[in-house]
Design a protein around this ligand. Structure first.
Ligand code: ZN
Length: 497
């Protein structure tokens, strides 16, 4: 888990961005905890205590630094922990799972008892699920107090507190100051209809490449990439098996995302209408842009392989494009079988215009939210074939929509990947390629590998899928990143089953 004291201190002295979000330092003389990239003077070795996450630092009595702002640090990737349940539960808690439902419901998602969940989270992260949730709420509130003009009452609810009183009390107790004290310390932007949030990542980041990947696949009406900025119409709380309890109801609005010029952050503009679903919204954005990745770790491994060495050097900072919405991504994967990326995009646009709910946004290109699985589950094959897909593909899409709408498969990070792949392959028209592709993007599984892919064969100059699997063995657990590198090397991305 956490490195030894000396290595941690070394990371701190060099302000090594690789360790941003991986370790936090509590300074015993000041009672403050920092990111390793903090610009403040490096504390003396004997005054440092190191923690693997912010919640553990706060639990030990440290307050977040106002300079490096631990709430902006990138998160940990799923692969980081040997324990899938602990790391997935942590991500679900960060996405607000305990704001809307209780620990029993979260534990049930993983098929364990709440006692087991508590024990495994405590063992892996050093804090209980409740402590983790409290720290997440406080850090989100701190970030909104500093960066937005939202009224304190809105901030309390947006961060997941159930009352303003609870928010004020915990904030004072933990941070030793009133929420409004933070407010005066900055000069926030003053937009009336949106708020801007920064999301950190570990450099390098091949932003242009990631944006191009998303632009090539943007569903007309729902997404648009313009002038280095990604736009999306959003509705959260649809009946598509998004597992967070949706008692808060549905929220619709829009986001746009661009890379901040100087810092290692993305700037996310969010319509105020989405403020109440911020924790889940931010988690979805992190998934889409792969913000939790450790590029240097991945590249060190892949760069050892002679077939990849040059590509990794040339495409440093490459991200594995994820998914904002698992069902939408899976739909696209099915539509993309045996046709070009552009053709699949056109068909996805037509289906969305017919089945997606209309929405008004300040961007004239966005007029629909993505298709709800429950809605598509009601369709008949004839409703879909008129958009240009084959009868077989239409049947496949409807079966997929039903499985998602009924909660039979969950297409999101943290699920049991092998079991979900097997379940997907039982649906008519979903083979190994599609299931692996969905695992790679919607479940964000970095070791997913559609080894029968045509582009992959071409890039490697190999015809035998068996041989390709053998070659890829040494790329584990990052085979999906290797695939994106190889696709890029062809100058054409994503081929088909
Ligand atoms: Zn600091």
């Amino acid at each position: 888990m956490l490195l030894d004291h000396n290595s941690c201190y070394e990371a701190l002295v060099t302000r090594d961005p690789r360790f941003d979000g991986v370790l936090y330092v509590g300074v015993t003389t000041t009672g403050v905890y920092c990111r390793p990239v903090c610009p403040a003077r490096t504390p003396h070795r004997d005054h440092c205590r190191f923690f693997a996450n912010a919640a553990a630092a706060e639990n030990a009595g440290f307050r977040p630094c106002l300079r490096c702002r631990p709430e902006l640090a990138p998160g940990a990737a799923l692969i980081d922990s040997a324990n899938r349940i602990a790391s997935s539960a942590a991500q679900r808690i960060e996405a607000g799972a305990l704001n809307e439902a209780g620990i029993d419901e979260l534990a049930a998602e993983f098929g364990v008892s709440s006692r087991q969940l508590r024990r495994v989270v405590k063992r892996e992260l050093g804090v209980t699920p409740t402590e983790l949730a409290q720290t997440q709420r406080l850090l989100l509130a701190k970030r909104l107090l500093t960066d937005s003009v939202l009224p304190a009452i809105e901030i309390a609810f947006a961060s997941g507190f159930s009352s303003v009183r609870q928010f004020n009390a915990l904030f004072r107790e933990r941070y030793g100051l009133s929420p409004t004290a933070l407010r005066r310390s900055r000069n926030p932007q003053t937009s009336e209809e949106s708020l801007t949030i920064q999301l950190g990542f570990r450099p390098p980041m091949a932003w242009a490449m990631l944006l191009k990947f998303l632009a090539d696949r943007a569903i007309p009406g729902v997404e648009s990439v313009e002038a280095g900025r990604y736009w999306r119409a959003v509705k959260i709380g649809q009946s598509k098996g998004q597992s967070a309890g949706q008692s808060a109801g549905q929220s619709a609005g829009w986001i746009n995302v661009e890379r901040a010029e100087s810092e290692n952050t993305l700037r996310v503009e969010v319509s105020l209408s989405l403020a109440r679903v911020l924790p889940s919204l931010l988690a979805m954005i992190k998934n889409l842009f792969d913000l939790d990745a450790h590029p240097q770790l991945i590249e060190a491994r892949l760069g050892r392989h002679e077939r990849l060495r040059e590509m990794v050097k040339r495409q440093s900072g490459l991200r594995l494009p994820g998914a904002f919405d698992g069902f939408e991504m899976a739909m696209r994967a099915v539509l993309g079988q045996q046709i070009s990326v552009a053709a699949a995009r056109t068909i996805a646009g037509r289906i969305t215009q017919a089945f997606g709910e209309p929405i008004e946004t300040p961007n004239p290109k966005l007029n629909r939210v993505s298709v709800d699985a429950a809605r598509l589950a009601q369709a008949g094959a004839a409703d879909l074939t008129r958009f240009g897909l084959t009868g077989k593909r239409a049947e496949c899409l409807i079966a997929l929509a039903r499985a998602v709408a009924e909660g039979e498969v969950r297409l999101e990070p943290g699920v049991d990947v092998a079991a979900t792949i097997e379940r997907l392959k039982q649906l008519p028209g979903i083979g190994d390629w599609t299931a692996q592709y969905i695992a790679m993007r919607a479940m964000r599984w970095p070791d997913a590998f559609p080894h029968s892919d045509l582009g992959l064969r071409k890039a490697l100059g190999e015809t035998s899928p068996k041989r390709i699997l053998e070659i890829a063995e040494s790329w584990r657990p990052w085979r999906a990143y290797a695939l994106i590198h190889l696709w890029n090397s062809l100058g054409q991305m994503q081929s088909n089953e």
